[in-house]
Design a protein around this ligand. Sequence first.
Ligand SMILES: Cc1cc2nc3c(=O)[nH]c(=O)nc-3n(C[C@H](O)[C@H](O)[C@H](O)COP(=O)(O)OP(=O)(O)OC[C@H]3O[C@@H](n4cnc5c(N)ncnc54)[C@H](O)[C@@H]3O)c2cc1C
Ligand code: FES
Length: 268
Amino acid sequence: MIENLPLSGGSHRLCIAHPDASAASPVSQPGQFVQMLAAPSQHLLRRPMSILDEGDGWRSFMVKPVGPASRELVNLQPGDTVDTSPPLGRGFPDASQLAAWQRAAGVPLLLVGGGFGIAPLHFVARRLDALPEPVDYRILYGGRTARDVELEVLAGVRGRVIPTTDDGSLGFRGTCVERARIELDDTASDAVVLTCGSHAMMRALYDALGTRVARLFVSLEEVMGCGVGVCMGCVTPSVHGYVPICTHGPVFEAATVFGPDVVSSASC
Ligand SMILES: Cc1cc2nc3c(=O)[nH]c(=O)nc-3n(C[C@H](O)[C@H](O)[C@H](O)COP(=O)(O)OP(=O)(O)OC[C@H]3O[C@@H](n4cnc5c(N)ncnc54)[C@H](O)[C@@H]3O)c2cc1C
Ligand code: FES
């Protein structure tokens, strides 16, 4: 552990040494995750955490303490040991591909995050910001209340950040799905949307926009065991049948996991 920074809503930004990480020649993709556990730990299985950012020799993560293993992680101090895997899974499309789509469409890319789902979208933003030409993108960051929207995690990103809260205590009053509909009102057919958050939020976004936007990518979350496609503890129905999220995802084109052809073609 290099640094452990508490955030305003109870999550922690953990910066962890990863000798393979490099800013100049990145090996990880936004949307990928790392399996991690404090070392030593009371627990057996490492837990998946999305990469928030990476630089020379380090990766950072936004960890919300929701249970025993995540609580152990946020209680670590600089110098303590973390047992981590390399980056795993399939992430969002490459930043240069996203930039090409955005320029062709002429409308902003929309990144829609809820809770710690903002972590991989922050990493997307950082990669977009590193491109030689600016990219027009907006980030909708939703939570129930102001406490759930830990805006400082997005400090320094160049895109416009629009917080949304159900109770109106910060930013737009309403859900990030409602705000996404407003953002895309006239331009939806050309838009590219990336989302990560609760299953219910992403499902609602797909129901609202899935058939109207050019492309919608979702990052699914599921309780994971091995993280490498062996235990089959993280399967989701898809147009290709049941697939492990840890290897076929966590990022999918939304229609392949939420679309009308999913249930009928899925088989064990
Ligand atoms: C691809 C991926 C990326 C993730 N990225 C992050 C991240 O960036 N930051 C972060 O804080 N967490 C992230 N998670 C979730 C994190 O891995 C779980 O919350 C983890 O189980 C916490 O372990 P625990 O022992 O503390 O709690 P547990 O005892 O495992 O779980 C505590 C509670 O959370 C619920 N839960 C556990 N896992 C999930 C899940 N995946 N989705 C919804 N509910 C769950 C359990 O049902 C239980 O109610 C990610 C999960 C996945 C699959
Ligand atoms: S976590 Fe084991 S197959 Fe996905």
